[in-house]
Design a protein around this ligand. Structure first.
Ligand code: FPP
Length: 253
């Protein structure tokens, strides 16, 4: 069973001090993988893994705040996840509502802002309503930005950007010679958000699974065999410490 910490435990109570950490990544993105395998190992249904994974999301938000990370992007539901059995899809799409029902007051109290990336309009009403409410309630908060990737796929994000650009060119709102990387970025769901500095993927898989393909161009990757429900402060710190050692040259020398 994963270690339980009370939500937003104070620094003093924590077993791990932050003062060893310098050069903390501003933006951490996480592919939270391995819920199904975690459940299977315990002889539980897959949804039990997702439920535990939801509690780990809560704990990870707490840790990101504590370690002064500014943006946390979490891959919660991909455009490909619709292929799963209907009851699992339904369960996954109900999790944001359950999560926010339980934790929104804490998030508000702790100055967290909730945002999403992905095809929001195609989500079921029960997901949209809960998430929209949380976005509105937290929109003026200037602490940690928690960005849930919900019904997100990077290729469809890029396709959408191309269509929006073509429409703006047609409407003469945009001239093609003005189009550069920065301008293209403003047509992505992540508009206005800096690119991730660190990508973490749990569960031993080493692939991107259609996540932030444009935005991860210069991101540092960190993989762990730990399954998402077992993700802990120790593992998070290990990733942050490893990030500190990286030399980022962005193609220079
Ligand atoms: C991948 O594990 C995980 C997902 C598809 C869902 C991730 C969702 C959560 C961690 C909870 C989200 C919580 C909120 C608040 C939105 P998998 O099911 O593919 O695992 P497996 O590869 O072991 O089968």
């Amino acid at each position: 069973m994963s270690m339980k910490l009370p939500f937003f435990k104070t620094k003093q109570e924590s077993p791990i001090e932050t003062n060893e950490l310098t050069n903390v990544p501003e933006h951490v993105a996480i592919i939270m993988d391995g819920n199904g395998r975690w459940a299977k190992k315990k002889g539980l249904p897959r949804i039990a893994g997702h439920k535990e994974g939801m509690d780990v999301v809560k704990r990870t938000i707490e840790l990101a705040s504590k370690h002064n990370i500014k943006i946390l992007t979490l891959f919660a539901f991909s455009t490909e996840n619709w292929k799963r059995p209907k009851p699992e899809v339904e369960y996954l799409l109900r999790l944001p509502k359950e999560f926010l029902h339980t934790y929104l007051p804490d998030l508000i109290k702790n100055n967290v802002r909730i945002e999403t990336i992905g095809d929001f309009d195609s989500l079921p009403d029960f997901t949209k309503e809960a998430v929209q409410y949380a976005k509105e309630q937290t929109k003026n908060n200037d602490g940690l930005l928690v960005n849930f990737a919900l019904n997100y796929g990077s290729r469809s994000e890029i396709m959408r950007a191309i269509k929006l650009i073509m429409r703006d060119v047609d409407d003469e709102k945009l001239s093609l010679d003005k189009l550069d990387e920065d301008l293209l970025s403003t047509y992505l769901y992540t508009q206005g958000i800096s690119d991730p500095d660190l990508l973490i993927r749990t569960s031993g898989e080493r692939r991107l699974s259609n996540f932030l393909l444009w935005q991860l161009a210069y991101t540092e990757f960190w993989f762990t065999d730990v399954l998402w429900p077992d993700f802990s402060e120790e593992i998070f710190i290990e990733a942050l410490m490893d990030f500190q050692k990286r030399s980022r040259r962005y193609g220079g020398i």
